[in-house]
Design a binder for this molecule. Structure first.
Ligand SMILES: O=C(O)CCC(=O)C(=O)O
Ligand SMILES: [Fe+2]
Length: 288
């Protein structure tokens, strides 16, 4: 779909619209290099943490958008900016990003939604579509077998017979919505935008279409994963937006190392995230 033909009807009905193309794709390699470097760092941290008998922390790929200028540059892309503004309006802040490297041995990212904060301590209002939006950018082609995203069409709104009172992460999607499961494949440089409450997952890397079923769960394979070359895989970058003035709880908005310190975390974390000094740690930034 060419940018400029935003289907607001699709967004209202399905909860997601796209794919669209970034206006400037020349930044993609640089952003991918950041993701690849961070994934290497995560690996190193995991093996050091294992040696040290420490618990593994999967935080290295989260919230690097202030530490690396190229990520901010990607977010200023003209098409991304215009699609987000047309779909969700202006005066949005970006408060969370996460890279998803997909390569041999990477398992499924279970069914979930992205609306993990509301406003401060307010309970989540799943069906209030006036706040909390997500977008996902393909840094490389994401085909059917490359850890593709699937979503439940229309799950940002109440669905007859479907009870949303469930854990945020789960494996078995109730049958009543099986016919709404929709794959989202993206080519390098494409992106899609969606209401954060929309239920979605991504499949295990390299899963076979013939094994697919509504409750498909692709377990990770640590051995394969450890030995895989991350450059042989694919990568997406997911981001979460909220209306300016939304209070983002510190625990969700911050990088554990703090924005200014987010470039180098060569050792595993020795203190619980919540115990660390968040003085300089906000990663909430204006988006538009
Ligand atoms: O890109 C992916 O595989 C995960 C996407 C996701 O969960 C998200 O965009 O929030
Ligand atoms: Fe997500």
């Amino acid at each position: 779909m060419a940018t400029g033909t935003i289907d607001i009807g699709q967004l209202q009905r399905d909860g997601l619209t796209g794919p669209f193309e970034l206006a400037d794709q020349s930044i993609l390699d640089a952003v991918s290099e950041v993701a690849i470097g961070l994934q290497a760092l995560q690996r190193a941290q995991n093996s050091l943490a294992t040696l040290a008998g420490q618990e593994l922390r999967h935080t290295t790929l989260i919230n690097r958008h202030m530490a690396f200028g190229v990520i901010g540059e990607l977010f200023r892309d003209a098409n991304l900016q215009s699609v987000v503004a047309d779909c969700f309006g202006k005066d949005l802040v970006l408060w969370q990003t996460k890279f998803f490297p997909k390569y041999e041995g990477v398992g499924e990212n279970r069914w979930h939604h992205d609306r993990i904060v509301e406003n401060g301590d307010d309970p989540i209002r799943v069906y209030d579509t006036s706040n909390h939006f997500s977008f996902v950018v393909a840094l490389s082609d994401l085909g059917m077998e490359h850890g593709r995203i699937e979503y439940i069409r229309g799950s940002h709104l109440p669905i007859d017979g479907f009870d949303r009172d469930m854990p945020r992460l789960f494996d078995e999607m109730p049958e009543v919505v099986h016919d709404r499961i929709t794959p989202l494949t993206l080519r390098r440089g494409e992106f899609a935008v969606f209401h954060s409450a929309l239920l979605h997952r991504s499949l295990a890397y390299g899963h076979r279409e013939e094994d697919w079923r509504p409750g498909y769960f692709g377990a990770p394979n640590p051995e394969l994963r450890r030995n895989a070359d991350i450059r042989s895989g694919r990568i997406s970058l997911a981001a979460r937006l909220a209306r300016k003035g939304t209070v983002i709880p510190e625990r969700y908005g911050s990088n554990p190392a703090g924005a200014a310190h987010a470039i180098a975390e060569p050792i595993p974390y020795y203190r619980a995230t919540v115990d660390q000094d968040h003085g300089n740690g906000s990663v909430v930034m204006p988006f538009n």
